[in-house]
Design a protein around this ligand. Structure first.
Ligand code: GUN
Length: 292
């Protein structure tokens, strides 16, 4: 059994990008810029936004955080996005989700210029992804595909079972692995909480992608021997006696599943670090496209 070291792969990708960014600076005298907009003070969102800022800074890109109050009117948020759509110093615009209830996430996503949509959430980019055109691939799915590639895990003709159907992970990763191209070409099943007997599906997986958001949901009796397991879950489970008061666990019961697996991602240190690496990669891509 091999534990997939997402932390290491993400660090390698960041190092590769750092060199490329230095090259851009030399050649063009400017670097990719990423603005992250955060509304309100969701603690998890704050942590993610700060991590994105630091990661950007460390590879020589130009990061900015726009912090907006919880009660910002929707139109003001949309105007802020429009401002950055027209600002040539920023090649990526990311609005951290979730947003407060009075703001339409759909409207926000649709206001971001598709050319700067480094999350890959704009309907135009989602459409391009579906039909196999070049676009920004959503960061977590892109991170999953990249991990499979770098660990030389064959996907062609393999049965990939995705548990979870979110727009951020489940649906896009299914579409990406289905494409007729290198690093994909899989037979893909997408299942979710409405399945009468989920094990019927998960047990037939060569590659199981768990993106449900429920701690330890996939047990050892739900997988076959030699399965490749990609655990996308980042669940906070209360542990009052520790300093933080919680620990992070995945959607997969690691103790039960890992002895049966050929490859498995840990939580933390698996898919999580890859998401930010792919965000940086998308921001780099946006910059390069803006040169043409
Ligand atoms: N909230 C949780 N994951 C994400 C993500 O990938 N992008 C954005 N914008 N918000 C998120």
């Amino acid at each position: 059994m091999t534990i997939i070291d997402g932390k290491k792969v993400a660090a390698d990708i960041r190092a590769e990008l750092k060199e490329k960014v230095a090259g851009l600076k030399k050649e063009y005298g400017k670097v990719p810029g990423l603005v992250t907009i955060i509304v309100g003070d969701n603690p998890a969102s704050k942590v993610y936004v700060n991590m994105k800022y630091k990661a950007c800074e460390e590879i020589g890109m130009n990061p900015k955080i726009e912090r907006m109050p919880e009660n910002i009117p929707e139109n003001e948020l949309l105007e802020l996005i429009e401002k950055y759509n027209g600002d040539e110093n920023y090649h990526g615009i990311l609005v951290q989700l979730p947003l407060p209830g009075h703001i339409s996430e759909d409207k926000v996503i649709e206001t971001i210029s598709p050319e700067k949509d480094v999350d890959g959430f704009h309907p135009i980019n989602v459409g391009k992804l579906l039909i196999g055109q070049d676009t920004f691939e959503p960061c977590t799915p892109a991170g999953i595909v990249e991990l499979l590639k770098r660990y030389k895990i064959e996907t062609k003709g393999k049965h990939v079972v995705v548990v979870g159907r979110s727009n951020i992970v489940g649906k896009p990763v299914a579409v990406m692995l289905l494409q007729k191209k290198e690093g994909a070409n899989a037979i893909v099943t997408v299942c979710h909480s409405a399945a009468a007997n989920l094990s019927d599906y998960t047990k037939s997986a060569d590659i199981l992608i768990a993106a449900i958001g429920r701690p330890d949901f996939i047990g050892g009796d739900m997988v076959k021997d030699n399965v490749v397991v990609i655990d996308v879950g980042i669940n906070r489970v209360d542990v009052p006696e520790t300093k933080k008061g919680y620990r992070l666990v995945g959607d997969v019961n690691f103790e039960e599943v890992s002895p049966k697996a050929s490859f498995i991602t840990p939580v933390p240190g698996g898919v999580g670090p890859m998401t930010i690496a792919m965000l940086l990669s998308n921001t780099y891509k946006s910059f390069v496209k803006s040169l043409n």
